[in-house]
Design a protein around this ligand. Structure first.
Ligand code: MLT
Length: 247
């Protein structure tokens, strides 16, 4: 049995990992499927926005469950948290799976855009504007054309996000450090998963991470965009089961 922690993307919740969590648990693994602070059922952190605060919160959840270490799996924002956890608490990360994410930090334009979004959702007191536009970017072209159910599901997830959590997370992501140094120094089993239609974390982002961690296994999920675990759940479950089983 292996401990596995699943960290979701922005501005979603642990629901995006449901199928993988069930598959891992059915195979006998101990799964920590958690909503990151402010999302799903958890409260916004009473701390200045920073990835380090989210990473510390995750390590506290692991400690509560008696998990000294785990395979930490993060999609996009979840990947940023996973890499920050690895920076702060390397002994807690026995292996790493990075899905549709990147190790670079934001440039000034991306930072300014995040601040604009943070202010807009706080002022509106709602995430409706994001729910209208984001699914288009998050889902791959195949999902957008053929899976109205997925568009509806992702729209609903975003619509139900707490604007305070969205603003907090945007500011935390804007302030994040690049993590190539963390990837380069962590000699742990690593797998990088990427949806071939992901336009948010692009192929060049994956290549940059692979350059820092040349020992990493790289898996492309066809017919998926940024939300590979939601768009191709069986394929991503299989990859996780294989990887965790190989450790
Ligand atoms: C995510 O899916 O978590 C976001 O795309 C992360 C980000 O905004 O950088």
């Amino acid at each position: 049995m292996t401990n596995v922690v699943l960290l979701h993307g922005f501005p979603l919740s642990s629901a995006m990992w449901r199928q993988q969590a069930d598959a891992l648990a059915a195979a006998g693994h101990a799964v920590l499927l958690t909503d990151l602070p402010g999302f799903g059922t958890t409260s916004v952190l009473d701390a200045p926005p920073a990835m380090s605060a989210m990473a510390d919160w995750v390590s506290a959840q692991m400690e509560l469950l008696g998990m000294d270490s785990a395979v930490v799996v993060g999609l996009s924002m979840g990947g940023y948290v996973a890499m920050e956890l690895l920076r702060r608490n390397p002994a807690m990360v026995s292996a790493l799976v990075l899905c549709d994410t990147k190790a670079s930090a934001d440039g000034p334009e991306a930072r300014a855009n995040r601040e604009r979004i943070a202010e807009a959702v706080l002022e509106a007191g709602s995430t409706r504007s994001l729910a209208r536009t984001m699914p288009e970017t998050l889902l791959g072209e195949g999902s957008r054309a053929n899976r109205p159910d997925l568009i509806d599901r992702v729209t609903e997830w975003i619509d139900s996000a707490d604007p305070r959590a969205v603003a907090w997370a945007q500011r935390a992501m804007a302030a994040r450090h690049e993590a190539f140094d963390v990837l380069a120094s962590a000699q742990i089993p690593t797998m990088i998963i990427w949806g071939s239609q992901d336009v948010v974390s692009v192929r060049a982002d994956q290549e940059a991470m692979l350059e820092a961690a040349p020992h990493a296994r790289f898996e492309v999920v066809e017919s998926a965009g940024h939300l590979s675990s939601v768009e191709q759940p069986d394929r991503v479950s299989t990859l996780l089961l294989e990887f965790v089983g190989s450790l």
